[in-house]
Design a protein around this ligand. Structure first.
Ligand SMILES: Cc1ncc(COP(=O)(O)O)c(C=O)c1O
Length: 364
């Protein structure tokens, strides 16, 4: 079976990581190792943020980002209806209510829908740079200013993407990014990072990350243990040397797939020249997507759906009847699927994916 993505590590990269892990084993600094601080410095430099706090997952990063806002019962946060469920869970886990906004045809949050949903209870907007594509940052910033509502950026799926000169992780009051192995930049297990320019937030994040302990070893706020393992920091620091080249390889592969299948599938791309997509996934749209997925599986190709159903339609969220405006998202979510195109897919396999899909699509 040709998996949707190959997560194995081999060759030179494996050797480099092994030798670094050997040093870790000798030092025993599995927790709070110096590489964590290096990772935070590296990512704050890339994202032009003053402060970075690495944590144990992207979900933890989002939970802490929302926690910084000190929300009260009844407060609401607007977020897109389409994302990985952690985006909505982070709102509910902080005692607030999610309000689901619609998405545009590029699968990113629709600012018109956001504006319609704003009320006096709305205390923040979380936008997700979905599937390697930046949202309409200028419009979101304008809304944030107009209604004095802060933005939280979920940059988990778009490391390396750009909107004009703004890089994923740079905009909004706080950014949260997952660094799990599926991501454009990731480790070999769970990890994530929170980014901000606010020193007070930075100090609180460090306390929240470690069971609410301050630097004197006193608990000043009951919190989870959300620390990142040193091992993950080591691997991610190494992967920082490769992610840009990987994005370029993905773009090359994506362009080939798109050029060969453009007569049969609609691809989801940013149309604006000032956006640089980092191609977390390659998403196509077709009304008969379930049939395509089934037929591709028979021929040994794994096609994935990111993410179904919409967050607002997941049992917990549906049952609680949170406010929502999801018309376009609802229609689109039934048609999209992702095609294997990752950086280390060799030409032979990429061509097999293309030819197989073509043979399925031609018959529909
Ligand atoms: C948009 C988005 N937000 C949050 C997360 C959660 O990250 P993690 O899996 O590292 O907890 C993910 C991960 O899949 C994601 O894609």
């Amino acid at each position: 079976m040709m998996r949707f993505k190959n997560l194995s590590i081999s060759g030179n990269l494996k050797k480099i990581i092994f030798s670094k892990l050997d040093n870790l084993f000798q030092s025993g600094a599995f927790i709070n190792g110096p590489q964590i601080n290096i990772l935070e410095k590296n990512i704050s430099k890339i994202t032009k943020r003053k402060y970075a706090v690495a944590v144990g997952s992207g979900t933890a990063a989002l939970i802490l980002a929302v926690r910084l806002l000190n929300l009260k019962k009844g407060d609401e946060i607007i977020l897109p209806c389409m994302s990985w469920i952690s985006t909505a869970n982070a709102v509910v886990l902080n005692g607030a209510k999610p309000v689901f906004a619609d998405i545009q045809n590029d699968l990113n949050i629709c600012t018109k829908s956001v504006e319609k949903l704003i009320s006096k209870n709305v205390k923040a907007i979380i936008y997700v740079n979905f599937a390697g594509k930046m949202c309409d940052i200028d419009n979101l910033n304008k809304l944030s200013k107009k209604y004095k509502i802060p933005l939280i950026e979920d940059g988990s799926q778009s490391f390396g993407a750009k909107y004009k000169k703004i890089i994923n992780g740079q905009n909004g009051l706080i950014s949260a990014i997952s660094l799990n192995p599926m991501k454009i930049l990731g480790g070999i297990g769970e990890s994530g990072i929170v980014l901000t320019n606010n020193k007070n937030y930075y100090n609180r994040l460090k306390i929240y990350r470690y069971s609410g302990m301050d630097r004197y070893g006193k608990c000043v706020y009951p919190s989870e243990n959300f620390k990142i393992d040193t091992l993950q920091a080591i691997v991610i620091n190494e992967n920082l040397n490769h992610y840009k080249a990987n994005i370029l390889k993905r773009i090359k592969n994506a362009n080939l797939v798109k050029s060969k299948l453009k007569n049969y599938l609609k691809f989801i791309d940013s149309k604006e020249k000032y956006k640089f997509d980092s191609y977390y996934v390659l998403i196509a749209m077709h009304p008969k997507r379930n049939l395509i997925i089934k037929e591709a599986k028979k021929k040994g190709i794994e096609l994935k759906i990111h993410h179904y159903p919409l967050m607002s339609e997941m049992p917990f969220y549906k049952k609680n009847n949170f406010r929502k405006d999801i018309k376009n998202g609802y229609l689109i979510s039934k048609k999209i699927f992702s095609i294997p195109f990752y950086e280390d897919l060799n030409n032979k396999n990429l061509l097999y994916v293309i030819e197989t899909l073509k043979s399925i699509l031609i018959k529909l």
